[in-house]
Design a binder for this molecule. Sequence first.
Ligand code: ARG
Length: 628
Amino acid sequence: MSQQINEALGKLDLMITNAAAGAGAGAAAPAAQQQLSTAAGGAAARKGSIVQRLENAFQEGIDAAFPALAGQVGAIVQPCNNPKFGDYQCNNAMALHGRLKGQPDAPKNPRAVAEAILAALPETGMVAETSLAGPGFINIRIDSSWLAQHVTHMLRNGIATWAPLGYTGQKVVVDFSSPNVAKEMHVGHLRSTILGDVIARTLEFCGADVKRLNHIGDWGTQFGMLIQYMAEKREGGLNAATDEDVADLQVLYRAAKQRFDEEEDFKTRAREAVTELQSGRPEYLQAWQRICDASRREFQKIYDRLDVTLEERGESFYNPMLKPLVEDLMARGVAVESDGAKCVFVEGKDIPLIVQKSDGGFGYASTDMAAVKHRIDEEKADWIIYITDMGQSSHFDLVFAGAEKAGYLPKDRKVRIDHVGFGLVLGDDGKKFRSRSGDVVRLVELLDEAKRRIVDTVKERRPDATPEEVEEASRAMGYGAVKYADLKNHRTTNYRFSYDDMLSQQGNTAVYQLYAHARIASIVRKSGRDIAALCQTAEVKLVHEKEVALALTISQFSEAVESMLEELLPHRLTEYLYDLATVFNQFYTECQVVGSPEEDSRLLLCEATSLTMRACFQLLGIHVLYRI
Ligand code: ARG
């Protein structure tokens, strides 16, 4: 067991523990704390999700039944199309039949293939029954005593034992948020921040070593314009500039831009200012720093509200690497001169990647080439993920292809590189998202408005809450609602931003989920039982069909996380959370918990549900509430 895994798992359980302890929720806290001490032991027993385990078993079955094809056919197991017939299904028989056709002793039809696989299936204890359907699908029903043990084990060892395998120790760079200095951070950056944080959190949960990089636009020609404007505004020039000049960067930007567009001479002076800045003249650098600091303070207000951490590594960081990079590319013939610019032509792309413009300047693409190289050579990244709107897809395609051509992507080890694109945020009217005055929406105001709008609901539902509790709940629900509304859509679709929808207490919203969690936590709390002790001594027993369904859904947490990471689709997590809450409600409607003969086991199911929900909230970056 590597120390890294232990640390990562320990960290996660600690986070979930802290959430529980912070709630002062009585019985709920010790259960989670207890898991902290055994997380490492539990980690040793990580075997992957149900799908993974079944795939392993079916792989063995397929290889044993058809040794001639061993190693050539991967087992395919997925949730059953029709839950009436099973929980999962294996779909290999049809294709296998095709491949075996014509060989001596080939099975006569796909059903015969399926039967042969079943006959060779190793004993796992997981499968209660199988049946054949259609041309050769194998339906699988999961054994309920296995499920009961699986959930009991998780309660004793912590939910980190359910983290999908395969990510531990991987070095992953997640490039997200990345607003531009001196320009307002817009809803696109908000989406990138929310999506990127969830991807980073989920990878961290799985034991990856994540570097969260904020590739802010802190370098470029716009600074010439801004600095020149500041220089001419006061008598003493740049030396007389103060923080007041950058207090409202939007105002500064607009004024400078107007002047830049209208006055030819100013344009020239602004260009000269860029050169001065690049040559490192102190008062220019200082003005630049002042602008960056002011922007940073603004960005931080958003990150604080959203509870997102990022390491700033802006474009300027790569500046010293650009000249040598272009020289290297030219020397090796990877880049060539075209119309005065230095370009990398990539097969199959209509436009080249411009690594140096004809005026000698470096642009967005030059920096991104340098960043890929740095992330691979210096950061030793195994995986690099970029999160921006889909409008930048072709830029990243070109950068990735260029980096491959340049040999920055190494041949000796596999580096995965992904652009995670997302759609637009639209206004309630389905048009471009704008504030009432028609301006760009200020994100701080947007977030605080969500929080403000939920205050009355919080007070109504809990008239006895202290002002601090109202504040905590409205923060969690308001900011959580904005995040959740963003995350629940397939990331590539455009979605409408609607306070009414996102703050609804019904349906697939953060508010609904937070209430659902608090209600389940309160069932456990109000039972008056010592749930921590119960987790250690009692066992889950599944008798009622709704109990079985709930235990299965709880166990599918691993699959949800797995599929979210495979395709980098955060809505897989919100979908799962919604399913879990729904299946819990069905259980709770039909199964009495407190005071029933099955009280112990059912309390454990409640605890397992709320614990799993907390893990989801943790991954989604939503603050958990216990009493609302
Ligand atoms: N600053 C850019 C923008 O606002 C996003 C940067 C994304 N990251 C990158 N490595 N290009 O569009």
